[in-house]
Design a protein around this ligand. Structure first.
Ligand code: HEM
Length: 494
């Protein structure tokens, strides 16, 4: 029988580790930092102008394209320097080097994203957050202390297993809602992505706050709590590129966008504190004496746990709807595992959904929802034969590296089978495609994210055929990488 590739990944790791150590032998003729290729900054405006409308050649929303262009123009490493108010960005496309850096990152990896949140938690609302401000936008020892206190209970499989039932209940309600909103031809409305966001918030509300927020009720008004939380989560994540790359002036004075950002984050704090009764998080952290840890963890989970998973689901459903052959394989697999679709889902069912999981994994390789990860260098390092000084922000563009022939066999073909054990002899570098990051700072919600996606597919594809009959959609980055346009899927009951 086919088994998904945990072992496959381990095999590849073993195989490639030894190769990695050999191939990164850059100790001779180390070149200087100034020799790293990349677009040259111009006096005064540096490189930030490249992101300005009209005069610049790059759109902030096109960061996915930018990182592809950099690779095509400059090779395995590219330096983007001269950005206003921020350190240089260094894009690394060599999976061996990415592996080496992740493995050497030490106990307190520094992920540079969301400096606005660093400022919000550490300066603007320092009084509320205190010394242990959570994991998102927190660094060094305070991050390590917080993560150590929450990591084990949040990531252990037993905790997540308990949520199969609750997530299934939410998902059934979601399908009931789908039944109501599809038109007479079985087609979903243009703003179906909003419905996915509601499902995601209902799931995370249950996980982080242990409440049913009522997101899937009919006729929610824009000022209803669920819709306000969703737009706050979207605002918080989707303005980061704008605040960080294009208009970082908030570092010097409070710009209107910055003031909105602060107000928006205040709303999150309010939700976490007010909604949190005896929450799951509190129960997970049964041995935790400080109740604030639970509030802050809930806040972090809601903040990053809505838009990420929603956009991932938009992408997975679009790929399913446009790949009928693969969808049929998933259906057949689910039909075999769950002959009676009215039987409650268990982890045993999900464990057997090997091809379904491989499909999700392949969507992440080719259309990684988070296009890249990053680390701020804690000390001077040699990367790809160049001396890179401490403080530089290294970007690992997983969307690009996951599709490079150098690291993945037949990289341009969408092939879920590549993740199955029987194909473990094929090249698939374990650090080329890392949708959840890696190491001590890896995604804290990944087990919940996997569970939510698997339950959704198990319920939806077991019971419906999904089709899409409109113009093909292009992918775009609005912080997340996802199809840009109306998700007017057609659902046909099986
Ligand atoms: C498919 C959806 C998701 C994707 C692709 C994703 C991806 C990521 C990535 C790439 C990181 C950075 C990891 C690193 O630096 O190595 C991250 C961090 C994080 N994610 Fe997720 N994520 C997803 C869903 C979620 C969900 C649903 C939650 C909450 C329940 C969540 C909570 C977090 C948190 C709290 C962090 C920060 C961890 C830290 O800095 O210690 N994520 N995620």
């Amino acid at each position: 029988m086919m088994t998904l590739s945990l072992q496959r990944a381990k095999c590849s790791i073993r195989l490639l580790c030894s190769q990695a150590l050999k191939s990164t032998n850059y100790t001779e003729n180390i070149k200087s930092y100034d020799e790293v290729p990349g677009p040259k900054p111009i006096p005064i405006l540096g490189n930030t102008w490249r992101l300005f409308p009209v005069i610049g050649q790059y759109e902030v929303g096109d960061v996915a394209k930018i990182s592809q262009i950099f690779h095509e123009e400059y090779g395995e490493i590219t330096r983007l320097s001269g950005l206003i108010g921020r350190p240089d960005l260094l894009f690394v496309y060599n999976a061996d080097e990415i592996e080496r850096m992740y493995r050497q990152e030490g106990p307190t990896p520094f992920r540079p994203s969301m400096p606005c949140l660093v400022r919000y938690k550490g300066v603007e609302r320092k009084k509320f957050f205190g010394e242990l401000a959570g994991v998102v936008g927190v660094h060094g020892e305070p991050w390590k202390e917080f993560r150590t206190r929450v990591q084990k209970p949040v990531l252990q499989p037993q905790t997540v297993r308990k949520y199969v039932g609750p997530i299934e209940t939410v998902t059934k309600d979601f399908i009931t809602r789908i039944e109501k909103i599809k038109n007479s031809e079985g087609e979903l409305p243009a703003d179906f992505d909003n419905e996915i966001h509601k499902w995601a918030l209902e799931c995370i509300g249950l996980v982080a706050l242990d409440v049913r927020l009522g997101c899937l009720a009919d006729n929610l008004t824009p000022d209803s709590e669920p819709l306000k939380i969703i737009s706050a989560a979207k605002f918080a994540l989707r303005n980061i590129a704008e605040l960080e790359l294009k208009a970082p002036y908030w570092r010097y004075f409070p710009t209107p966008l910055w003031s909105r950002y602060v107000k928006n984050m205040d709303y999150f704090v309010e939700i976490s504190v007010n909604e949190l009764d005896l929450s799951l998080v509190e129960r997970i952290l049964a041995n935790e004496k400080d109740p604030k840890i639970a509030y802050i963890l809930a806040l972090d989970l809601i903040l990053v746990g809505i838009d990420t998973i929603s956009m991932a689901v938009c992408s997975i459903l679009y790929q399913l709807a446009t790949r009928s052959e693969e969808q049929e394989k998933i259906f057949k697999e689910l039909e075999k595992i769950i002959p009676d679709p009215s039987v409650p889902l268990t982890t045993k069912h999900l464990d057997q959904a090997i091809y379904t999981k491989a499909f999700i994994r392949e969507v992440f390789r080719v259309y990684s929802t988070v296009i890249g990860n990053g680390r701020t260098l804690q000390h001077d390092t040699v990367i790809c034969g160049y001396h890179i000084p401490k403080g530089v922000q290294v970007v690992f563009p997983t969307l690009v590296t996951g599709q490079m022939e150098e690291w993945v066999d037949d990289a341009k073909t969408f092939k879920p089978e590549r993740w199955l054990k029987e194909n473990s002899d094929k090249k698939l570098h374990p650090f080329a495609s890392l949708p959840y990051g890696h190491g001590a700072r890896m995604c804290l919600g990944r087990r919940f994210a996997d569970l939510e996606m698997q339950v959704l597919l198990a319920k939806l594809i077991r019971n419906y055929k999904l089709e899409y009959h409109h113009k093909p959609l292009k992918y775009k980055v609005t912080f997340m990488y996802a199809p840009d346009g109306d998700l007017k899927f057609k659902l046909i009951k099986r």
